[in-house]
Write a protein that binds this ligand. Sequence first.
Ligand code: NAP
Length: 282
Amino acid sequence: MQDDPIPTLAMPDGNEVPVLGQGTWNMGEKASEAKREIESLHTGLDLGMTLIDTAEMYAEGGAEKIVGEAIRGRRDEVYLVSKVYPWNASRKGTIEACENSLSRMGTDRIDLYLLHWRGNHPLAETVEAFETLKAQGKIGQWGVSNFDTDDMEELLGVPAGKNVAANQVLYNLGRRGIEFDLLPWCQEHNIPVMAYSPIEQGRIINHPEIIRIAKANQATPAQLALAFLLERDRVIAIPKTSNAARVAENRDAVSLDISDEDLAALDAAFPPPSRKKPLEML
Ligand SMILES: NC(=O)c1ccc[n+]([C@@H]2O[C@H](COP(=O)([O-])OP(=O)(O)OC[C@H]3O[C@@H](n4cnc5c(N)ncnc54)[C@H](OP(=O)(O)O)[C@@H]3O)[C@@H](O)[C@H]2O)c1
């Protein structure tokens, strides 16, 4: 294993990114964990998981500092994603928040900068700030997170809203609501979906049906949960682990092809949605 390259997808600006990246929520909380966290991010980079997802929220800037350490000297290998808090997402606040994130990460560019979730600042203001950051070269592209289909429709209606380059949402086997309309909508509009909490923060790997199917494929439950997402068009999964061995395990999910029979068994255990459900958030 680890011989299969990680498939890539083209972002709306043509940048190729791996469909399996690395999350960082909960990193940077404890100084005693920093070494392990940096090591696990390095392992992921070495294995081709070069998309790193972080946010000003995580450990109140602590995760961005860990990311900064991990990418030092390797910035050009990395597709860097960070997020602005909704309450900072005013015309001026977005710029300030971005500059603070850049300085914590010791870089002059975030490749993809997301609005973490919708708040009270008008979308038009946030988008205007994102476009300013783009023109200044501080970000490559911008996107959103936790936006449901109606939010996306509204976004497309604001000036430059059509430049949205991604929507990061909760998506895993146990949370398939987006398959009803948001995922097809994003696919039709060529907007990549970043699946967060792809193994449901570790909870889903204890499900008996996942354990059974994984075992039958000589795979681990985490690999099966990730492989399920990697089967989908225009979906990027961003599992988080601070354990280098688990990074390698997760990376090997790209080598698992789920048979039609196993997909049917997964559908039986985790039925796809038959009607619209509001987008869930963690
Ligand atoms: N935009 C948003 O609102 C939003 C919300 C949530 C998350 N996110 C992003 O998405 C990323 C991933 O989501 P997440 O961190 O919530 O959950 P996740 O990736 O589904 O799960 C992370 C948890 O699973 C454990 N884990 C990882 N790989 C494992 C494996 N192979 N075997 C057993 N346990 C494993 C990790 O523990 P160890 O670290 O101890 O291995 C950690 O506790 C976040 O880190 C963040 O970057 C975004």
